[in-house]
Design a protein around this ligand. Structure first.
Ligand SMILES: *[C@@H]1O[C@H](CO)[C@@H](O)[C@H](O)[C@H]1NC(C)=O
Ligand SMILES: *[C@@H]1O[C@H](CO)[C@@H](O)[C@H](O)[C@H]1NC(C)=O
Ligand SMILES: *[C@@H]1O[C@H](CO)[C@@H](O)[C@H](O)[C@H]1NC(C)=O
Length: 239
């Protein structure tokens, strides 16, 4: 084979070479096209994997506030008791350890989160801080429902000259792709539900830790808990 090749003129060799690099590029373009087609197909059917229902969660957040208006912990306990009574463990895996909090730095804002549920297409967390924080919402590939439990959240988009203001019982819906500056004024805690492509949101969730805080203990705990919850859900077929 190699002797046959070496007998060819340098010109023929160059021709073979450019033909094979042309077919390599054709293969690459086809692969990229197939991946794009698969992604857009998956995007049209992602709804079939959703378990949580936004109106139900909004009712649940308001019921939790009504049940223990002066206790954030009481609200969280109410939410977990309701979710575990509503959804069988064969349908969705929930993290019921309400002590499992980690710091979360993203978009310049800082708070703590407790991850109730994480899978490829949904997550439900409690996020907040008793101190207040503000930052960039991130550009997300999921719809985000931010249910205020305690305190106030303010937000605005370029062009708005007045702030949007969300108080306990309100839900602040950020549809996929919408970007805002937000502020959790003084202390604020919220139940945040996102539905869409969750893994694509994770780089935003980790960027501040990797480029600024360098809090690798938090990073390791977050990866461990998020990964564990995604796998627990995959094991029961919850995508
Ligand atoms: C859970 O909360 C919803 C909304 O508040 C309510 O309609 C439902 O009855 C609750 N379920 C249980 C088992 O408590
Ligand atoms: C919550 O606190 C307010 C004001 O401190 C008080 O009037 C109310 O009775 C409290 N409610 C409950 C359920 O403890
Ligand atoms: C709950 O989470 C806390 C904090 O990570 C941990 O110390 C505790 O052992 C966990 N409890 C259970 C029952 O897993």
């Amino acid at each position: 084979m190699s002797t046959a090749k070496s007998k060819q003129s340098p010109k023929a060799n160059a021709k073979n070479c450019s033909a094979s690099s042309f077919s390599t590029w054709i293969v690459r373009v086809v692969v990229v096209f197939l991946i794009a087609a698969l992604c857009s197909f998956l995007d049209t059917i992602k709804e079939r994997w959703y378990v949580f229902d936004p109106p139900f969660l909004h009712d649940l957040a308001r019921a939790a506030i009504a049940a223990s208006p002066n206790s954030t912990q009481g609200m969280i306990d109410h939410i977990i008791a309701n979710l575990t009574a509503t959804y069988p463990p064969s349908q969705i895996a929930l993290n019921t350890n309400t002590s499992e909090w980690v710091f979360n730095n993203a978009g310049g804002a800082m708070g703590a989160m407790y991850q109730i549920h994480v899978s490829f297409t949904e997550y439900l967390i409690i996020f907040g801080t008793p101190l207040g924080t503000e930052g960039h919402s991130g550009v997300h590939t999921a719809d985000d429902y931010f249910h205020i439990l305690v305190g106030e959240q303010w937000a605005f988009r370029p062009g708005a000259l007045e702030k949007e203001r969300y108080v306990p019982g309100d839900v602040h819906l950020m549809p996929r792709g919408v970007v805002k500056q937000y502020k959790m004024h003084e202390g604020c805690f919220a139940m945040e539900y996102a539905r869409g492509w969750i893994p694509l949101m994770l780089p935003f969730g980790f960027a501040d830790t990797l480029s600024s805080t360098l809090d690798f203990g938090t990073f390791a705990n977050t990866v461990r808990i998020t990964g564990r919850e995604i796998i627990r859900n995959l094991l029961i077929g919850k995508i």
